[in-house]
Design a protein around this ligand. Structure first.
Ligand code: BGC
Length: 432
């Protein structure tokens, strides 16, 4: 059963119960109340989402916070599905990539509520077509894109590098291993890493990109081509992944990504492979990019950009106040002021074309400027590719197959890369 069908079947009962959606209770002076389900719960992420909350409240709406802890959002998605099945979806929820299409196909998203806002604010001109298409269903906006994250980053504490006798950031996998060995010898954790499936797959996709290149990444992780999934390049990528894993934090099993980021910030670890939401923790700790920390593309991936676009979808609701609140959120989100302040706090870059082209003007730091430059260049060269680990390339069912096989592979001391590649292809086929 394909995943659209699975999601549709699960929530079809909800449409019967649409009239059961609860009417929201409002403070006397509120223009409307909107519940927003999201998974921005680390210190840095919370600082970012609080920017939106404050702007929406300033406009007279009540923000009902539906934060669900759990990096990568798997728990939030589970909560959302059960709420939809119960006929009680929130007004707004953080959903990404092809999953937006699956949700829209259930009929639970609202294709009308954003129509006027999108027209008035000229979203079609403000946004790159790739970005706009992600958040449209049958030509109508069912979500507002919030920001763009790059996944294939390596975060470095230069002070720790110096203490370990490393004089430059690694640019190849071999240099990465040399640096990691020196960190280990000097008594540091070479690679801060939380052993949760989405984090394992975040590292996996960066390694695949480094070993297989953009074309290989696309064939295997986006097109799900069987020969690319089982071929010699994938076997090599899995072999390298196993080597990278030998440098991971031995205390990292099950750890949250932000607690691992803290180990790099506090000088216990030298590096972390993570999307640029990691920067939100550095920003919160009042550290400066290029001085207190370095962000470099994951070794061997500087000509590519694995992207993910955070988006807020709108669910059908049955009261005008909520619709007005949904529109207010959408208007704020694509405004220049929010785009700037949110992304500076979050570590991402704006989704607006005009801002991406002029990052310096808006006060973005060196990491964000590199990111925007690479995003625009890689969009032209084809190096811009959707992230599998962050819900942009495949359905959640296929992503789940990747997560299972990759995490088992990393944790099994006996695992064989050729065998893992075969398991990967089989699990993906079953999930399609
Ligand atoms: C989301 C980010 C979030 C990160 C960690 C990613 O999938 O796109 O917004 O900060 O997960 O939870």
């Amino acid at each position: 059963m394909n995943s659209t069908f699975r999601l549709a079947a699960a929530v079809s009962i909800a449409s019967l119960g649409a009239s059961l959606f609860p009417l929201t209770t409002l403070a006397a002076d509120s223009k409307g109340s909107v519940e927003v389900v999201h998974w921005w719960t680390s210190g840095g992420e919370k600082a970012a989402v609080d920017v939106l909350k404050a702007q929406v409240e300033k406009d007279g709406f009540t923000w009902k916070d539906g934060a669900v802890a759990g990096g990568g959002g798997a728990t939030a998605m589970t909560v959302l599905k059960s709420r939809a099945v119960a006929g009680n979806p929130p007004g707004v929820a953080q959903i990404k990539g092809p999953d937006i299409q699956d949700w829209a196909a259930t009929g639970l998203l609202d294709p009308d509520v954003l129509k006027d806002v999108a027209k008035e604010e000229k979203w079609d001109t403000l946004l790159d077509k790739k970005v706009a298409d992600t958040v449209k269903y049958d030509g109508d906006y069912v979500a507002v894109p919030v920001n763009i994250h790059r996944i294939n980053w390596l975060w470095i504490n230069p002070e720790v590098f110096k203490k370990a006798g490393i004089d430059k950031a690694p640019t190849t996998l071999d240099e990465f291993y040399v640096a990691a060995d020196k960190l280990k010898a000097a008594g540091f954790i070479p690679l801060a890493h939380g052993g949760q499936p989405w984090q394992d797959s975040t590292v996996f996709e960066s390694v695949v990109l480094a070993v297989m290149g953009v074309d290989g990444y696309k064939k295997a992780l986006v097109d799900l081509d069987n020969s690319a999934l089982t071929g010699p390049q994938m076997i090599k990528a899995l072999t390298e992944l196993k080597k990278v894993a030998t440098y991971m934090d031995p205390d990292g099993k099950g750890q949250d990504w932000n607690l691992e980021a803290a180990k790099v910030i506090n000088g216990k670890a030298g590096m972390q492979i993570m999307g640029d939401w990691a920067k939100s923790e550095w920003t919160l700790a009042k550290k400066t990019a290029g001085k207190d920390y370095q962000c470099v593309p994951f070794p061997g991936t500087d000509k590519a950009f694995l992207y993910n676009i955070d988006s807020l979808v709108v669910f059908k609701q049955n009261d005008e106040g909520t619709a007005a609140g949904q529109q207010a959120i959408a208007r704020k989100v694509l405004g220049q002021d929010f785009q700037k302040v949110f992304s500076i706090n979050k570590g991402s870059i704006p989704v607006r074309n005009d801002m991406l082209a002029d990052m310096d003007k808006y006060g973005f730091d060196a990491c964000a400027q590199t990111s925007a430059r690479d995003f625009l260049a890689d969009a032209k060269s084809g190096g811009l590719q959707p992230s599998m680990a962050h819900n942009m390339a495949t359905t959640l069912a296929v992503q789940g197959a990747f997560f299972d096989v990759v995490t088992n592979y990393i944790n099994d001391p006996q695992a064989d890369p050729a065998d893992a590649a075969k398991k990967l292809a089989a699990a993906i086929k079953a999930a399609q």
